[in-house]
Design a protein around this ligand. Sequence first.
Ligand SMILES: [Zn+2]
Length: 455
Amino acid sequence: MALRLIQGGRASDGLPGLLVEHAAEVVTMAGGMRTGARMDDPALLAAPGGDAGHETAPAVACWEGRIVAAGPHDELLRALDGSGYPIARFARLDAAGGTVTPGLIDPHTHLLFAGTREAELVLRQRGADYLEILQAGGGILSTVAATRAASEEQLADHGRRWLTEMLSHGTTTVEAKSGYGLDLPTELRLLEVAHRLGKEGPVDVVPTWLGAHAVAPEFRARPDGTEAYVRYLIEEQLPGVVAQGRARFADVFCERGVFSPEQARRILAAAARLGLPSRLHADELAPSGGAELAAELGAMSADHLAAPSPAGIDALAAAAGAGRPVVAVVLPATTWFLMHEEVAPARTFIDRGIPVALATDFNPGTSPTPSLPLVMTVACLSLKLTPSEALAAVTINAAAALGLAEDVGSIEGGRQADLAVWAVPSHRQIPYWPAADLVRAVVKRGKVVLERAPA
Ligand SMILES: [Zn+2]
């Protein structure tokens, strides 16, 4: 299929309205963040017998960037015309018997970096692990060196390229962490570029400060290096980041051998006092107290969770039960790419009422994929999520992980009109065709920003 990116968005032919019609299925994800058995309920509108030309086949109406309503085609048109939305003022987008979903949301990426690390794939095949590569001065520190040397324009060009790639896989909102600078000027540059790319659009970008991604190289030779870096983060880097005003969240890599729960608590508490809600890289490689800390702090999300302790799972379940849910952002492409056998116990999370989201973890070392549909496939195969659960995890639950569930992640009246149109008749086929280009069109804020001609 020929991919056409539409500069600035097709302004719905100058019209305020957009009607997406002739869908076999519209997945609304209406009704808010999902937990437990509700994760498997995508709140579908389906055409009778799959006939997308039927008068009751589902359609979605958007007006000036927001969703007005979704419902049976002819009934929706009559309701619009009778409610001050003249049908003549709607451009039409033909879903051509495909599936319409909310635009996908990627709630954990390291979008901005310089350099690549393909050599580590071969090192890992020979048995080297993440911390061994790190201690040898490779891994994240090689990315830090390349990123510090990159200009704002180089980082922006890189970001644009990969945001376009993400958009072509249906993603309309992306969280982007700093954390490859580890010094104040580079961290500020990364956050500024993330903010700027979101302003440019069409993909919304949510910047997160991750100064505590690793101990900066200039602190590593010192015997008290980690502790000195933590003090530097709290006393110098964080105030600079807050003064800049671009970061929306603070994140810490809480892991044995990186930052302890006690250090993470101090950094995140200081950030919270300055208005930045918490997220956590928690228990990626070993039970490290990260899940427990995320529950204690009331973090927005606890991410990775490939190796949580039983007490950590209990803490997340208790927080969810008490109405203070911490979203478990699970990153199965990372464990897959690292060839790790231990994966996040996502089925246990769902059984225990913990909301689950999925993300790419897009980064140059451990998960270089920009594709959420591929992540959905891996989640179905390695975590045993159902296709409907996987889709909830990259739409409404991913929105909840970013505090955006009132605005994006579902197709409901009043929500931002972010939609993906897929060239398959059921959402269950999205993870079923791994690495196929299934996106037929993407709508962002009511404008068609990407369109592929049917094959
Ligand atoms: Zn990460």
